[in-house]
Design a protein around this ligand. Structure first.
Ligand code: TR5
Length: 143
């Protein structure tokens, strides 16, 4: 069995891991930058809004189309790992909205949905959000 490569044997893997760790942050229930976007205290490039959900372009896009879809009310849902049965509706709505926006953005040939969870999942903002990525060929496995 081939041994797992270590970061010290490959400097580029090491720097990628360091970047991922730097982006990740400690889980918290405190208000986040997304509350300021919801409350229009700071601007965002909004592509979709209804009474429950807001979607806007990511400030640091990882693909030609990179949109974040968030619930307007967090209701304890700082991360997917905190989901309870009362969140069924909003979780379904986030995914359904991603599909609506994918169509709006012309992503008929496919797209990628990502939910980062917790430090190991490289989550940096503790207000649950769905990433919609598209407009280029995605690769697998994800990093
Ligand atoms: O790493 P996770 O999954 O938590 O994703 C958080 C995402 O929020 C990242 O892709 C960031 O690029 C994105 N982000 C962070 C800020 C921000 C944003 N997207 C739009 N507008 C933003 N503002 C104004 N400020 C941020 N700090």
């Amino acid at each position: 069995i081939a041994s797992q490569s270590t970061s010290s044997s490959n400097p580029s893997v090491s720097s990628e891991k360091e970047a991922a760790l730097a982006a990740a942050s400690t889980p918290t229930d405190s208000p986040t930058i997304f509350d300021k976007i919801i409350n229009k205290e700071i601007p965002a490039n909004v592509v979709y809004e209804d009474e429950k959900v807001l979607a806007f372009r990511d400030i640091n896009p990882q693909a030609p189309v990179h949109i974040l879809i968030i619930p307007k009310v967090k209701d304890g849902l700082i991360r997917l790992a905190k989901a309870e049965e009362r969140h069924f509706d909003i979780l379904g709505r986030l995914l359904y909205t991603a599909k609506v926006i994918a169509k709006q953005e012309g992503l008929e040939e496919g797209f990628r949905i990502v939910i980062n969870d917790g430090p190991k999942g490289c989550q940096s903002v503790y207000h649950i959000h769905v990433h919609l990525l598209g407009g280029r060929q995605m690769e697998w496995p994800a990093g």
